[in-house]
Design a protein around this ligand. Structure first.
Ligand SMILES: [Zn+2]
Length: 251
């Protein structure tokens, strides 16, 4: 383990690396070299970047458009809301190609009499894992855009943005992806049977890709309370946002 963070240097160009406690993948901001910190034999990770196409003004516009449209929102939401904070963060993700084959046995109880069933759920996934432990992010609402993905280039990172490194290795991301895919496979099996009596999944996993993606974190105020919103920096789409509860009268 390395305990003096400030003395870590880039294996490629020798520049000092800035790494926060807990981060185990470093990205050199001079040459872009990406590696696992403290690995016995350093090797360069394949690293991609999703380009940010927005600025504070365009993100605020996108958020106000979202406030104006759709159901279940107060009518004056766009008019009365005040944007409190807007911050661009580059979040580290692992994109894990997973091929999962689950054999299940169970009982179908929604028909009478209940009958035993078995089957196979075979699916391919590009499963996205956020490389931060304990961070809340709606990974299932987010898919890496097909366009705008380039080989990692630090010059394309907006200055002033918050750049976060992964707190887990690719191997840890694979384990997390397998756990989450298994949960999803069970969910799919539960569409076919009501009780699962046996469930067994085989995985084929390819090498994960390390990706940085731009996400705008925003908070806004409406009628004295604050709410949060996340927007995709590449597309400007709202990934998730709090909706103030509309008051309605029970008749
Ligand atoms: Zn370097």
């Amino acid at each position: 383990m390395v305990d003096i963070v400030s003395e870590i240097e880039c294996e490629n160009c020798g520049a000092a690396l800035s790494i926060n406690p807990g981060e185990i993948v470093s990205t050199c901001r001079y040459c872009g070299y990406t590696a696992v910190v403290g690995a016995d034999k350093p090797f360069q990770l394949e690293h991609s970047l999703i380009v940010n196409n927005n600025n504070a003004a365009s993100i605020e516009n996108a958020l106000r458009d979202w406030m104006r449209e759709g159901f279940m929102k107060p009518e004056d939401l766009a008019k009365k809301s005040k944007i409190l904070t807007l911050e661009l963060r580059y979040l580290p993700f692992w994109l894990v190609p997973v091929d999962a084959t689950s054999n299940y046995e169970g009982v179908l109880e929604r028909v009478s009499p209940p009958s035993p069933r078995k089957g196979v759920i075979d699916r391919n996934y590009d499963w996205l894992v956020l490389g931060r432990k304990g961070a809340q992010f709606p990974t299932r609402d987010y898919s890496v855009p097909n366009t705008g993905k380039i080989p990692f280039d630090f010059k394309r990172i907006d200055s002033g943005a918050n750049f976060l490194n992964s707190e887990m290795t690719g191997e840890e991301a694979i384990e997390r992806a397998k756990d989450e895919v298994e949960v999803n496979q069970r969910f799919l099996a539960k569409q076919e049977v009501d009780q699962i009596t046996s469930f067994n999944t085989n995985f084929r996993v390819d090498r994960p890709t390390y990706i940085h993606a731009p996400v705008w974190f925003s908070t806004y105020e409406y009628k004295g309370r604050s709410y949060s919103a996340l927007l995709d920096g590449n597309t400007g789409a709202v990934l998730r946002a709090d909706i103030p509860r509309t008051d309605f009268k029970m008749i």
